[in-house]
Design a protein around this ligand. Structure first.
Ligand code: ACO
Length: 356
């Protein structure tokens, strides 16, 4: 390890959104849901979401976003691949090794991280710590999800909320004064709430091979009203904790991006933390809740519009099933985000990335 590498620096941003878009009206019609476009917009802020078609997996989205992040950093390689997801291609083995293989990274360490919507923040914290510990030099952190594979289209409590997509960042060692430098992280979990957001079947407690599994247990379920209060409280506390650790007064934050689950939750957290409305960024209206992909997709969206100056103090915060939560304080990266269409398994050469 080099002596002068004092922290991890975000140096590449990549995204992949499947081309198929569903409006609120489309989702409502598909599931025969008793809801309206107006209810979804006003209660969540969501207008549309992207949907991976049959045959497109989380791994396909992750490969594309990962390739785009490498292109954004002008880097051919990463030496660790960490995939945050709770919709992996299969329960066993993890999806990350195949993604690393498809990216041509060689025999680098690769593993999945299941922290639901907090997965990306957990991933940046772990990969960043591995950089400063000298265990890797250029980790690629991908958040990728296909919630369309686990959502019950007839459940109005969840079907209207989720979208598919992937976002990725490349980290490297660097100085704290550089744009994209991680200043502090905060992570937490409370398993007492593990049943509030869950897919009950498919693991060792209720194997997917169990005969006559109920619809309730096979699909993703969320007790939204109960989760709401936890989300506001935990993201607020975690945001204040990470800012305190970084030594940044809340009023000095120029960019706030929270997990894109519900616009009302995001506003409540930002109000409580003390972030002015002009410093809040997000894309929930266009992509919905993309779980572990949410933060890198929102980061890329704001970066593509040059909405924040490189070097500006930035706060990322997330909350999800587990229950899990976490925040990262970093300075806004200088990287130009890139994007790719979903990769096809078995397709040979990578395609060139386009601006995100
Ligand atoms: N359309 C119309 N009515 C609806 C819908 C819908 N899609 N969904 C619920 N309702 C009804 C309810 O049945 C309820 O009716 P009632 O008053 O007659 O009982 C009423 O609307 C209000 O229900 P609430 O659940 O209180 O609605 P709320 O305003 O809380 O919005 C939501 C629901 C959007 C799910 C919200 O609670 C939420 O965003 N929760 C937190 C989500 C979150 O942060 N999750 C964590 C990350 S996700 C993850 O980890 C994978």
């Amino acid at each position: 390890m080099h002596q002068d590498l004092r922290t991890a620096v975000l140096c590449g941003i990549g995204t992949c959104l499947p081309p198929h878009v569903l409006t609120n009206t489309d989702v409502t019609r598909l599931g025969g849901l008793d809801t309206t476009d107006a209810w979804i917009r006003t209660r969540t802020g969501i207008s549309r979401r992207h949907r991976a078609g049959a045959g497109t997996s989380t791994g396909d989205l992750a490969v594309a976003a990962g390739r785009a992040a490498l292109d954004s950093a002008d880097a051919g390689r990463a030496d660790l691949l960490l995939l945050a997801t709770t919709t992996p291609d299969r329960p066993c083995p993890g999806t990350a090794p195949e993604v690393a293989h498809r990216l041509g990274l060689g025999p680098v360490p690769a593993f999945d991280l299941a922290a639901v919507c907090s997965g990306f923040v957990y991933g940046v914290a772990i990969a960043g710590a591995m950089v400063t510990a000298g265990l890797c030099a250029r980790p690629l952190v991908v958040g990728a999800e296909t919630y369309s594979a686990v959502i019950d289209p007839t459940d109005r409590d969840t079907a209207v909320l989720f979208g598919d997509g992937a976002g990725a960042v490349l980290l490297r060692g660097g100085e704290r004064a550089e744009p994209g430098a991680v200043a502090a992280v905060d992570l937490g979990a409370d398993g007492a709430g593990c049943d509030l957001i869950a897919i009950a079947a498919g693991g060792s407690r209720l194997p997917g091979t169990t005969p006559r599994l109920s619809r309730e247990s096979r699909y993703f379920r969320m007790r939204g009203r109960e989760v709401y209060g936890h989300a506001v409280r935990r993201m607020t506390e975690s945001s204040l904790a990470v800012l305190d650790r970084a030594g940044w007064p809340p009023g000095s934050v120029e960019a706030f991006i929270g997990h894109q689950a519900n616009q009302r939750i995001l506003d409540a957290v930002a109000d409580r933390v003390g972030i002015a409305p002009r410093h809040r960024h997000g894309n929930i209206g266009e992509v919905g809740n993309t779980a572990a992909a949410s933060l890198p997709l929102a980061l890329a969206h704001a970066a593509a519009r040059h909405a924040v100056r490189p070097g500006a103090r930035t706060l990322l915060t997330a909350f999800g099933g587990g229950l899990t939560w976490g925040s990262v304080a970093l300075t806004w990266p200088a990287a130009e985000p890139r994007s790719q269409a979903p990769a096809r398994r078995g397709s040979p050469a990578p395609r060139p990335s386009s601006p995100a």
